[in-house]
Write a protein that binds this ligand. Structure first.
Ligand code: TNX
Length: 509
């Protein structure tokens, strides 16, 4: 394979030292190739930083200054490299838009990339090569030592996502920003936000104000709920961008719409608004497909969200529309797809949308089934629709780890970390392989999830397993080696205060 040639070429080029030592098996996702040289580099107290990108340089300086207590002056765009240098020149072409090359010598560290995202991903690898205490918010004793050698790294898939449902339970901007920081550690590059459902509408829409003020006024269990202003949403989009994640907003339709139907009587076929809903059933609500106002609504809502969203995708949901007759469903999805295109975006939907005929060019269908056969998804893929893989029995972060897990659900099975890791997204669904697969996403539905500690407990350690499936070449896939790499993350999460599940499948140091 092309990959094999790259690896062979690299180890031949650096052949002198390759046999002598190996990098410690600590980096998640596993890099494409590593060549250790047996030396080490220790960050001196008078080290300096240089970066061709202010944002990534500032991020690295922030993390290192906090835990090392060193001054670490940062120069941006300087001609002479710092002790740690982030450079947008000289990276090999193979690294592409998101990859990097990391070189650790006895005198310093050089990260080279073609774009800032690649520098940022290289920074994450460097942080994982440092002692876990480097992630601490307070000053820790060193020494801050890194193994010497070279890492060349770039992603297998372009879409490596996480979804957070802020509809079933409401989460604040600060809570989502904390999750973004955690996702960024594992080179996740898409944040899918589930912004509306039966139990709550979470983003202000100027043309339909009751959606947020009334439709957002509760949540599962009857709590107060809440909503984001458009400025709040834009702040999350900007924060995600600073960590090189692109936001994919989802307005779930035509089902999962009770909060909207409760907010506007005129959206209902009956003309009567249902009550707000705080239970956990699915499949009971539907927009009124025969009503012209429905499409005014969809157009105005998606238009406002498109205008706030720099990323290429609008997610229209489309799942579990069991109260929408099949022919109505096809009519609705076809119209919604056209409205997304009219606002200059590509459509994303749960894979149910492939039941409504072939999606338009540029579409992505998100597979959430529990079998390896989905004929309508394969047919759409054959016609150009890309598939994002979220098989619920491997990728759903709301499934319980085991019978005793306090949080979560079991409808797709129990998902401990080796189950989350044990499948190949590029060769999973019958008839959907290779370039038809856009990548992987780990959805976190929040019927039972209330706090940031809950989010962390369900996402860690499974989210890093999914992130590795999305980033690392399949040739690196090895459960034993992965379990050891994952264990090495434990001290880092401890330093950060991440409330992770201590899976018994992993040896935590
Ligand atoms: C199914 S999977 C749903 C969600 C629920 C989830 C709970 C999918 C596209 N829809 O509405 O929250 O199960 O696991």
């Amino acid at each position: 394979t092309a990959l094999g040639l790259v690896c062979a070429g690299l180890s031949a080029g650096a052949g002198r030292a390759a046999a002598a030592s190996t990098f410690p098996n600590v980096v998640v996702p596993a890099p494409v190739s590593e060549t250790a040289d047996g030396t080490t580099f220790t960050l001196p107290a008078n080290a300096t930083l240089s970066s061709d990108d202010a944002n990534t340089g500032g991020y690295l300086a922030g993390v290192l200054r906090a835990s090392t207590g060193y001054v670490l002056p940062l120069t941006v765009g300087a001609t002479s490299p710092g002790t740690i240098a982030l450079s947008l020149t000289g990276a090999p072409a193979t690294v592409g838009a998101e990859g990097y090359q990391l070189t650790v010598s006895t005198s310093g560290v050089l990260i080279q990339a073609q774009q800032a995202a690649g520098l940022f991903h290289g920074v994450q690898t460097l942080l994982q090569l440092l002692p876990g205490a480097v992630m601490s918010p307070g000053v820790q004793p060193g020494p801050w030592t890194v193994p010497g050698g070279t890492i060349l790294d770039y992603p297998r898939f372009g879409y490596r996502g996480a979804m957070l449902d802020i509809a079933r339970h409401f989460f604040s901007v600060a809570q989502v920003e904390r999750y973004i920081d955690e996702l960024a550690l594992y080179k996740v590059n898409y944040l899918h936000l589930h912004l509306s459902d039966d139990q709550g509408w979470r983003i202000a829409v100027n043309s339909w104000p009751n959606l947020a003020t009334y439709g957002g006024s509760t949540e599962v269990g009857g709590g107060a709920g809440g909503y984001w202003t458009q400025a709040d949403y834009s702040a999350v989009v900007a924060y995600a961008a600073s960590r090189y994640l692109t936001v994919v907003p989802e307005i779930d339709m035509p089902g999962h719409t009770n909060a909207a139907l409760a907010s506007y009587a005129q959206l209902n076929c009956s003309g009567t608004a249902p009550a707000l809903y705080t239970g956990t059933n699915v499949g009971f609500s539907s927009l009124c497909v025969s009503l012209p106002l429905t499409y005014t609504f969809v157009d105005q809502v998606l238009g406002e969200i498109a205008a706030l969203t720099p990323g290429p995708y609008l997610h229209i949901g489309g799942d579990e529309a069991s109260s929408t007759p099949a022919s109505d469903y096809s009519t609705f999805i076809g119209k919604a797809e056209q409205i997304v295109a009219a606002h200059g975006k590509s459509v994303m939907g749960w894979h149910d949308i492939t039941n409504a005929g072939t999606p338009p060019a540029g579409a992505q269908a998100q597979f959430w089934g529990t079998t390896t056969s989905a004929p309508t998804v394969a047919a759409a893929a054959a016609n150009g629709t890309k598939v994002v893989m979220s098989p619920a029995n491997h990728a759903y972060l709301d499934m319980k780890y085991n019978r005793k897990t306090r949080l979560g659900q079991t409808w797709a099975g129990l998902v401990d970390v080796n189950t989350a890791y044990g499948w190949d997204p590029g060769n999973y669904l019958t008839g959907v392989t290779g370039s038809e697969v856009a990548g992987v996403e780990g959805p976190l539905w929040t019927e039972t999830i209330v706090t940031s500690a809950d989010i962390e407990y369900m996402a860690f350690p499974r989210l890093p397993a999914l992130a590795e499936l999305g980033w690392s070449p399949w040739s690196t896939h090895d459960q034993t080696a992965f379990d050891a790499r994952l264990g090495a993350q434990g001290p880092r999460w401890k330093a950060m205060g991440v409330n992770y599940y201590h899976s018994t499948q992993i040896t935590w140091p």
